[in-house]
Design a binder for this molecule. Structure first.
Ligand SMILES: [Zn+2]
Length: 463
């Protein structure tokens, strides 16, 4: 016997249909207008949408950063993700100077295994790309099931890679079927601006944004795209925040290049004025790249609508305001970068996108799940509701209205950058490979239920 989800509306990236869905042995086995109940466990899902489980392509759990460690580990972070309708994620394994990629991946396996509530894969965030690290990439792609590598164009004298390194990495990735991701901001320019601000005694959180202008992001994005073009390589630009960067991606795509862009909920609903909040509250919004002038939000929405940006990630990187963000109370450059966003990624895109009429249901599914599965070699096991696919299904009740708050969220952080936002739509049930893990406001899964996902080699996807 299986589990029969009866009377709902199945939404994929391409279709919206009224249908029953039968789940057996962790996968979807039948989708039909009417499936007889037989001896199945019947779950009434009438009035709800059935979305493929969300896939978050950008998270930082249990990660050392700026003299502290992100406050959500794989247990609290993945449980919070499940409450929001996310059933898979790809976390960034942090590679540091002198380390091997293999060891970075092993370290991340140790952090995740036995703890994760949802399925998970890894990218490697390369802290020091050099000849020996590069030489390891083919093996990692082949044996580890890790096929995406993030290179930094910012954080001078720390994580930043120069153009030669980025170009060599792109060329190699193209050969072995890997996807290079870039953090695109001009680190040299930012370094000058930060030093000048601090010399003038400008230390408040708002100077974080003023020393990382959108032009620095636009320049680095355009440069990375040109390097990828010369290398004949695909490129994935993480956390796109502004018109300068988003337009560079659109221009490249018009030239037919396999360039992909991701944006995040915070850039759609928060803006640069949040840094002006009283006291030290602006620190909650310190992330890189920073929040931008509000008009950029319309640009990003249009890019999502037209699929000129294809992926929607949380960039969840959570810190307490007390004791962690406070490390930078006298110096904005010492505020740990990042915010707790893993739980509300789908809420924000659903409410401000679908509910308010900016994007359609199918686009919502494409951006939060299907496109990501395709870009990182997880499709069609993940990313859709289809016969044979993993039964990762979010039963989404569009009529529920709720207010987001740190007082009620499931993430560990003592703050929430979406505090007081009232949104429509929430998961009623969440199924991970056919197992119900969320029932209304209760987590009913088991610690360690999440399995490691081997990502496949990159193939050029047309969106
Ligand atoms: Zn990030």
């Amino acid at each position: 016997m299986g589990t029969l989800l009866r009377g709902g509306t199945v939404v994929t990236a391409s279709d919206t249909v009224h249908a029953d869905v039968l789940v057996e042995d962790e996968v979807v086995t039948t989708i039909a207008r009417h499936i007889p109940p037989s001896d199945h466990t019947v779950v009434d899902v009438s009035g709800c949408y059935l979305f493929p489980g969300g896939i978050d392509p950008h998270t930082h759990l249990d990660m050392p950063f700026g003299g502290t460690v992100t406050i959500d580990d794989f247990e609290s972070g993945t449980r919070a993700a499940a409450f929001g309708g996310t059933t898979s994620m790809i976390d960034f394994a942090l590679h540091t100077k002198g380390d091997t990629l293999k060891n970075a991946i092993d370290t991340w396996h140790d952090k995740a295994s036995g703890k994760a509530a949802i399925d998970y894969g890894f990218h490697v965030m390369v802290g020091d790309m050099n000849a020996s690290v590069m030489a390891e990439i083919p093996d990692v792609v082949e044996k580890e099931g890790v096929t995406s590598f993030k290179v930094f164009m910012a954080y001078k004298n720390n994580l930043q890679a120069d153009d030669e390194t980025l170009f060599r990495t792109l060329r190699l990735a193209a050969e072995v079927g890997a996807l290079v991701q870039v953090h695109a901001e001009n680190g040299d320019v930012i370094d000058v601006l930060v030093k000048e601000a601090l010399e003038k005694g400008l230390t408040a959180p708002k100077y974080h944004a003023l020393t990382r202008p959108p032009e620095a992001e636009g320049e680095a994005t355009a440069r990375a795209i040109r390097l990828a073009e010369i290398a004949g390589a695909p490129l994935y630009v993480v956390h796109v925040t502004c018109a300068e960067a988003a337009n560079a991606i659109s221009d490249a795509r018009k030239r037919g290049l396999p360039i992909y862009g991701e944006t995040c909920p915070q850039y759609l609903v928060c803006d640069v004025t949040d840094y002006e909040r009283p006291g030290f509250e602006g620190a909650k919004y310190v992330m890189s790249p920073p929040l931008r002038d509000k008009w950029n939000q319309d640009v990003l929405w249009n890019k999502l609508k037209n699929m000129e940006l294809q992926a929607f990630g949380s960039d969840h990187c959570s810190f307490h305001l007390k004791g962690q963000k406070e490390l930078g109370i006298h110096d904005f450059s010492k505020i740990p970068n990042g915010s707790p966003t893993i739980e509300h990624r789908m809420n924000i895109l659903y409410h401000y996108g679908v509910h308010e009429g900016r994007i359609g249901l199918n686009k919502f599914v494409a951006l939060t799940s299907t496109n990501i599965a395709k870009l990182f070699g997880l499709f069609p096991k993940k990313g859709t509701i289809a016969v044979g696919s993993d039964a990762d299904i979010v039963v989404w009740d569009p009529s529920v209205k709720h207010t987001i708050s740190a007082a009620t969220h499931h993430m560990r952080a003592d703050n929430n950058i979406f505090e007081d936002m009232t949104v429509y739509g929430k998961p009623k049930y969440v199924f991970l490979r056919g197992h119900k893990i969320v029932d209304h406001d209760s987590y009913i899964g088991a610690v360690g239920q999440g399995q490691f996902l081997r990502c496949g080699r990159f193939y050029p996807v047309q969106f």
